[in-house]
Design a protein around this ligand. Structure first.
Ligand code: AMP
Length: 431
């Protein structure tokens, strides 16, 4: 399959080609044509699957072809974190460089005034985090009356971060007649309940990457005493000449301490976590992408959604408490078909977390001791992995795009209808 055969217009195909994409990813193949047709969508796809382009490309196409009579946003993209919001906006600018569609991004933690000014100038696509969007709406800085499409990105993380009441508040202020697209890494009961209130006859797309990310990445662990982890990491970085490494710690404090330790050994590193200001986070990410620093030390929430193309290596300095976070973490490497490596430094007290992860990824992590860092407190052997017998084990073929509910919606030609209605209204008004 190619981008042309998905029904995308030449200026968009040109932009993705320039970006180096040769073929659409699974989620893109499964969604682009359906979004173009105006269907509601419920897609289970994580960051790393190409989901941003999956919704951005067809929406850019719809907007490029619609009349530009309104200065109010027509597409609203809601996303949980500032980083993710900024990255979606960056993708919109990249994919939309040859079409005449305007976009802006608003999120908290920075001054609201400049965001108000941008909105006043008029915008087609608005990317926002929920809290700041409600602030802006409360101050009449943005109107929702022309919203035709709502995209809810990373719904599961929205839920974790307590954003669902905000989402509902926003939803209640949007026009009833609209297309809605919901993306979530997992579909728990509360997410399904939310989907029910949002979506009409949605097409379900399941590119179940939960374990497949784990399968495209080579991973292993180094058993090591807790007190030696920082020395071991420095040794590995210096010995292997590693650059562009994303390191995960459990806590913000741990991230700061590790950056300090690395600095003492002349390793260029910066932390990225919730206590850092937006400016500091953006700068750290930009410095990392530009190669000004070699190591980015992140906590799970801060790292969620970071878009770093072709990240070669992820290091788990601490194992996460929640086993699924391991899969999110390593989703930063081995993305969109690139090979990746994930290395975990594991101390004896982390055996429970390790076993939890091994259960989720359905395999044991290969263990390799590093000479000079053999632990005094031996890492206990992992228990055998017991299959849950629910068909979700290793044998299940993941990465299969599954189009379930194919009911056609009347909304199919809503874009053109609404555009025509608006045109007719405008023409009537001019008479
Ligand atoms: P996302 O899941 O949207 O965060 O995208 C993950 C990464 O895949 C990003 O770095 C994109 O630039 C890249 N990507 C998206 N679509 C494609 C594609 N069709 N081919 C190659 N890379 C892609």
């Amino acid at each position: 399959m190619t981008f042309d055969t998905l029904g995308l217009v030449e200026p968009l195909v040109r932009a993705v080609r320039e970006k180096g994409y040769k073929t659409p990813t699974l989620i893109q193949s499964a969604t682009i044509a359906n979004v173009l047709k105006g269907h509601d969508l419920m897609a289970s796809a994580q960051t790393g699957t190409g989901k941003t382009a999956a919704f951005t490309l067809p929406l850019l196409q719809q907007l490029a072809g619609s009349s530009k009579t309104s200065r109010h946003p027509k597409v609203l993209v809601l996303t949980p974190t500032r980083e993710l919001a900024a990255q979606i906006q960056e993708s919109i600018l990249t994919y939309g460089k040859y079409v005449n569609v305007s976009s802006t991004v608003v999120f908290g933690g920075v001054k609201i005034g400049p965001q108000m000014n941008k909105l006043r100038q008029g915008v087609d696509i608005l990317v926002a985090t929920p809290g700041r969007l409600l602030d802006l709406h409360g101050q009449n800085a943005v109107s929702f009356k022309d919203i035709e499409v709502l995209v809810l990105d990373e719904a599961d993380r929205m839920l974790d971060m307590g954003f669902i009441p905000d989402i509902k508040r926003i939803q209640s202020r949007l026009p009833e007649e609209k297309q809605s697209l919901l993306f979530s890494a997992t579909f728990s009961d509360p997410i399904r309940a939310l989907a029910k209130t949002m979506l009409q006859n949605p097409i379900e797309v399941d590119v179940a990457v939960k374990n497949s990310a784990a399968e495209t990445v080579q991973h292993h662990l180094h058993p090591v005493d807790k007190s030696q982890k920082s020395r071991l990491l420095s040794h590995l970085i210096q010995d292997n000449g590693w650059t562009q490494v994303l390191v995960f710690t459990k806590t913000k404090h741990g991230a700061n301490r590790l950056v300090k330790d690395l600095g003492k050994r002349k390793i260029r590193a910066l932390p990225i976590h919730g206590n850092k200001s937006q400016a500091q986070r953006t700068k750290a990410l930009a410095d990392f992408k530009r190669g000004k620093i070699d190591i980015l030390v992140a906590t799970d929430i801060a790292a969620r959604g970071l878009d770093i193309v072709q990240l070669p290596l992820v290091v788990n300095f601490d194992l996460p408490h929640v086993a699924e976070d391991y899969v999110h973490r390593i989703g930063r490497t081995g993305r969109a078909g690139n090979k990746g490596q994930a290395i975990s430094l594991v101390s004896a007290d982390e055996i429970k977390q390790l076993q939890g992860i091994e259960r989720v990824i359905n395999r044991h992590l290969h263990r390799e001791e590093v000479e000079g860092f053999e632990p005094e407190h031996a890492l206990p052997a992992s228990r055998p992995i017991v299959s849950k017998g629910n068909g979700k084990g290793r044998g299940r073929s993941n990465n299969v795009a599954k189009l379930a509910n194919k009911k056609k919606s009347n909304r199919r030609s809503r874009w053109s209808n609404r555009t025509n209605q608006r045109r007719n209204r405008a023409a009537g008004g001019n008479k």
